[in-house]
Design a protein around this ligand. Structure first.
Ligand SMILES: C[S@@+](CC[C@H](N)C(=O)[O-])C[C@H]1O[C@@H](n2cnc3c(N)ncnc32)[C@H](O)[C@@H]1O
Length: 270
């Protein structure tokens, strides 16, 4: 497998994707204070927003594009190279889980897979991984990145809307990283319903819970473990473990947790 990762890394460099160092999907940390009074709070919110704008102009531009066109916003971001979330490589925890044999085998799905690094990192003779994307440009990039890799035959990319797509076969694993935080918060219940519909009854959902923060607006929208519980519990999912992601990349450290979820047998009739 080492060869696969070396290949992936050199491909990542060849395609000149942004490096971790230039990664800007990390927000100005905002902390709630003890300030009381609506005016003071509004003033503080305004200051925080301005702070984000000053500190992360690309992020702000991306949010403007998203809000100006709710249906084609993602494609426009890809078109304009406004992809501050893109690590330019698989997230290290996925590589670690794969290499240590800690991922379910079978069929895996990565919704909102972007350039597909995590898809590539998990694909192996034991595991076929499908990356799902709403953006044509992202799919094209992902296919270019992966087509010559030694594990290419265990990888698929499909352009489809996660919320309406109906596959012929269910999945043993769904891996969500920066998809939950990318969708509008009022779509989270639909996200959980779809996860349930797409997973085999004994399948596993793995979420990287990020960004744990109290910033305003999005995408990415702030998340907390309780946001996942709120929508996953009614679907019969329970966390089997939630731990800090010690392998989170620098700017995301301390704001990212690894959550593993399964549907309990007694709740799976829900
Ligand atoms: C914040 S990006 C994350 C990409 C990738 N997971 C990563 O970490 O690099 C969210 C991605 O979800 C895709 N997306 C948004 N809505 C979608 C939907 N309804 N179905 C499939 N993909 C979607 C966007 O095009 C975008 O590439």
């Amino acid at each position: 497998m080492r060869t696969v990762y070396r290949g992936l890394l050199s491909n990542a460099v060849r395609f000149s994707v942004p490096s971790i160092l230039s990664f800007t999907f990390s927000f100005v940390q905002t902390r709630s204070s003890g300030i009381c009074g609506t005016n003071l709070k509004m003033e503080k919110n305004r200051e925080e927003k301005e702070n984000v704008i000053k500190t992360h102009p690309r992020l702000n531009k991306m949010q403007q594009v998203m809000h100006s066109d709710s249906s084609a916003g993602w494609e426009k971001c890809w078109e304009q190279g406004l992809t501050p979330w893109d690590l330019g490589q698989a997230t290290p925890i996925v590589v670690h889980l794969h290499q240590s044999g800690a991922l379910p085998k079978g069929r895996a799905l990565v919704p909102g897979c972007g350039t597909g690094y995590d898809v590539v990192a998990m694909a192996s003779p034991d595991r076929y991984v499908l990356g799902l994307e709403i953006s044509d440009i992202a799919i094209k990039k992902a296919k270019e990145l992966s087509s010559l890799l030694p594990n290419a035959k265990y990888i698929g990319f499909l352009k489809a809307d996660f919320f309406t797509w109906r596959p012929a076969e269910l999945f043993d694993l769904i891996f969500d990283y920066t998809f939950f935080c990318a969708i509008e918060p009022d779509m989270r219940a639909a996200w959980a319903q779809k996860i349930k519909d797409l997973l085999k009854p004994d399948g596993e959902l793995i979420t990287l819970i990020f960004p744990i923060s109290d910033h305003i607006g999005g995408p990415p929208y702030k998340v907390a473990v309780s946001d996942y519980e709120k929508v996953l519990h009614p679907m019969g999912f329970r966390a089997t473990s939630i731990v800090d992601n010690e392998l989170a990349i620098g700017p995301r450290k301390g704001r990212e947790k690894l959550g593993r979820w399964k549907r309990s047998v007694s709740l799976s009739l829900l």
